[in-house]
Design a protein around this ligand. Sequence first.
Ligand code: T4K
Length: 377
Amino acid sequence: MSDKKPIYVTQPLMPDLQDFLPYLEEIWENKILTNGGPFHQQLEQALCDYLGVKHICLFTNGTLALITALQALRITGEVITTPYSFVATAHSLLWNGIKPIFVDIDPLSLNMDPARIEAAITPHTTAIMPVHCYGRPCDVERIEKIADNYGLKVIYDAAHAFGVRHKGSSVLNCGDLSVLSFHATKIFNTFEGGAIVCPDAKTKQRIDHLKNFGFVDEVTVVAPGINGKMSEINAAFGLLQLKGIDAARLQRRAIDGRYRERLAAIAGIDCLPAGEEESANHSYFPILVKEAYGTSRDALFQLLRDENIYARRYFYPLISDFPMYRSMPTAAHSNLPNALQASRQIICLPIYPGLDLDQVDAICAIVERHAQAGLTP
Ligand code: T4K
């Protein structure tokens, strides 16, 4: 075990504490803590402006936002989704009594393979829930075409896709709804938090009712809603955090570039193809550890840990391998060969503002040292 300071897969962007105090003083002064207070309203507007979207509904976390997005569009029956994601994607379906139908991913983008969607459609299918994995846009055009042809809704799990653009516009404008996470591990965080991006005021209104128990006014409840409201303290933190987001993205970009440069020559270590510089958010730095590397993925993962580098295997195991999913016919490994392979090869290396390039070099040196080392357990 190394005595070096641990390096985690990510660390949250933390503004200067002094800069947060005026926000806290204002909350203490006006005593509005939640229920759509002034900071909540300001953050909604600021995010619409920053992201280039029309309407946004803030939530306590991304998972409740996913659950509510499905409620908002009255999705039932079966939903086609990816097994290669964080469990919250499929859990949001189960919480709505919806059956997830897993389809395989594309081996290059690691996003849902649109070529697999049509074969998975049944008379019970009502929607598609793809994930912009690592913030890399799905094949939104092909997904939209299929959804239009079959009359299906599309809800993007865009938990990783804060600020990502596609063909000149926010990727969050694709599909019927997009769901963001503002968890501590995300590039933009509100400690905990999330949001639904929606295209029109009417849908926003329905979502706002749903996240507030279904209340329309003091005496009218129109739906069995939930309590999903973001508090003022979280919203205030978001407003402050937004001021540093562009600088943080530039730092992430530099780290991404350095990894690519340093890892390029190592046989058996594949970086995912670089996204368009200006439109990517560099929220993760995934590598695939292939056979030619000579050391197995799990051995490299452990070797990094031994040096206090806490890389993560996002996403291993596959969602479809967890007990509540694995007996489903579409969870069979034979149905998901690309997802299975990626989950066995993936490591996400540390990337966050504040990780300096010397540390990136040190991580790359470890990866380099064990190339062809024959340490496969
Ligand atoms: N959909 C997708 C595709 C998602 O990735 C997620 C969340 C969701 C939906 C659901 O959104 P939320 O309901 O969470 O808003 C983390 C996060 O807990 C989770 O939010 C995230 N995806 C997932 C990909 O990663 P863990 O189990 O890896 O978290 P944890 O606590 O091990 O943190 C990883 C590292 O980050 C730590 O080693 C150190 C650092 N860290 C973490 C926290 C929580 C900090 O430095 N400070 C912190 O406060 O799941």
